[in-house]
Design a protein around this ligand. Structure first.
Ligand code: BES
Ligand code: MN
Ligand code: ZN
Length: 497
């Protein structure tokens, strides 16, 4: 979808459809008043008759509104003005765009971007609108033999701002929002592809393609390279699979030479059967999403490259299947990690931490400004935070605050969880330096504690996205999270530099 920014009165827009918000009960927004005046009370008449009371989620499409240059007006209910916050704003944009897309309007102009949202400015509203709008028209039909065509899909969306002096800022905000949505779409595509298509080799190829298109560098370490690096932990997960593992290294150099990079590490398990500690069958298909951390790293790279961010960023993706083949790792097996620490694998289904720890050690060579790993790591995190917040852990409080703030800003929220040493005891092993599981209590915390042992040389944070990376049920599919959080985080870092 193409976006543009405009300031100017709604009655003078030639757009196929202008979108106007209505508060409950029966109160026009500012742009609504202007249209109402130009049409000599046409809108207030409709509202008075009760055809649009302003309930959130309701829409009404009007044709031939007198006094306007455009064809149609779409009224969108916003709910009560005093309750109109970020969530309500986002769902109003979503409703508007979905409706426009269905009504077959080729282009539209959103005046919803002028409606005040508590504590947020015009740029925030525009950025969010671009992201939500583009995300709302996302479809995944790559694996269907017949594509479901939208009759005349929405191609062009204009976002209105009130004042001319807001245009320049809004223009950039719009680009940011669109780039984030583009990154989300890539992350969603990769997540939604089945495990027999999206293999480690496929992920590596897509990373290399993206690098070529977007202009950053990418190399792929093969099994042999990982053996030479002594990544015994990562490779032990690959032992049960016929698919060769890959270790993807992406380097985006938008910052000054010699500036310490931010390193992003994404868990890339393209299918998690649990290995010899086999998972139960029900819902196991969803373990194709176990590479959503990796997908979010690729999506974020796409977004920051498009925005030409002035920052150095490295992306590391260890990727493999977790399968119960004849050569698979067995419970009780002990592996030596790249760090030299040994791990007793008591449960082969706790494989995410086994591939991540070697990537965290590999990250040391960059002397990073900080390292953030992103992983669908634990079912326990879903129990703790549900599908709303990502679990956030860090060995540095200021980094945790930065990420939490980025998530708030992006409306892709994370919640700071404890990483106290008291939890480390649960990882004791009788036979190795540590076990790879810490028992039932605080499963998401002990997983983070495990990772922290490999992240002592730099500022590090861990995002457990097990509950937020995809949706189950009727709307099953990847969400593209946390691309918005990560991109905001890097945007802030780039502008602070
Ligand atoms: N990929 C899973 C985590 C997961 C499970 C995410 C369900 C979303 C929904 C991870 O590899 C895993 O299996 N974790 C185990 C760890 C346990 C064996 C300590 C889990 O959460 O059950
Ligand atoms: Mn697992
Ligand atoms: Zn997993």
């Amino acid at each position: 979808m193409e976006f543009s920014i405009k300031s100017g009165s709604p009655e003078k827009q030639r757009s196929a459809c202008i979108v106007i918000g209505v508060f409950e009960p029966r109160k026009l927004t500012l742009a609504g008043e202007l249209v109402d005046n130009a049409s000599k009370g046409y809108l207030s008449d409709i509202i008075r008759r009760g055809d649009m009371e302003g309930k959130a989620g309701r829409t009404l499409l009007l044709h031939n509104v007198p006094g306007l240059l455009g064809d149609r007006v779409l009224l969108v209910g916003l709910g009560r003005e005093k309750d109109f916050r970020e969530r309500e704003y986002r769902s109003a944009i979503h409703t508007a765009v979905t409706t426009l897309n269905e009504t077959g309007a080729f282009d539209g102009t959103l005046y919803l971007t002028e409606v005040p949202v508590k504590k947020r400015d015009t740029n925030w509203r525009v950025r969010q609108a671009a992201t939500v709008a583009q995300d709302a028209v996302y479809r995944f039909d790559a694996m269907k033999s017949k594509k479901d065509e939208v009759r005349r899909p929405l191609r062009k969306l204009t976002l209105a701002v009130e004042r001319r002096n807001e245009l320049a800022g809004a223009e950039r905000a719009m680009q940011e929002g669109a780039a984030i949505a583009g990154g989300m779409a890539l992350a969603k595509d990769l997540g939604n592809l089945p495990g027999n298509v999206c293999t480690p080799a496929y992920l590596a190829n897509r990373a290399q393609e993206l690098a070529k298109e977007a202009g950053f560098s990418c190399k792929v370490l093969e099994r042999k390279d990982c053996e030479d690096l002594k990544m015994g932990s990562f490779l032990s997960v690959a032992d049960g699979s016929r698919q060769p593992p890959k270790f993807i290294v992406m380097e985006y150099n938008g910052g000054a030479k010699g500036d310490k990079p931010v390193v992003l590490v994404g868990k890339g398990i393209t299918f998690d059967t649990g290995g010899i500690s086999l998972k139960p069958g029900e819902g196991m298909d969803e373990m194709k999403f176990d590479m959503c951390g990796a997908a979010s790293v690729l999506g974020t790279f796409k977004a920051i490259a498009e925005l030409k961010l002035k920052l150095n960023v490295v992306g590391l993706v260890p990727t493999t299947e977790n399968m119960p083949g004849g050569a698979a790792t067995k419970p009780g097996d002990i592996v030596t990690t790249m760090s030299g620490q040994t791990v007793e694998i008591l449960n082969t289904d706790a494989e995410g931490r086994l591939i991540l720890n070697d990537a965290l050690t590999y990250a040391e060579r960059y002397a990073p400004a900080c390292v953030v790993d992103i992983a669908t790591l634990t079912g326990a995190c879903v129990i703790a935070l549900g599908h709303v917040a990502t679990g956030l852990y860090s060995n540095t409080d200021s980094l945790a605050r930065e990420l939490q703030h980025a998530g708030d800003d992006a409306h892709d929220r994370a919640w700071h969880m404890p990483l106290w040493d008291d939890y480390q005891e649960q990882l004791k092993s009788n036979f190795a330096d540590m076990a790879n599981i810490g028992g039932r209590p605080a499963g998401s915390v002990t997983a983070a504690c495990f990772l922290s042992r490999f992240a002592k040389k730099y500022e590090w944070a861990h995002l457990d996205i097990a509950g937020t990376a995809w949706k189950s049920g009727a709307a099953k599919g990847s969400t593209g999270r946390p691309v918005p959080l990560l991109t905001h985080f890097l945007l802030h870092r780039a502008s602070a530099a």
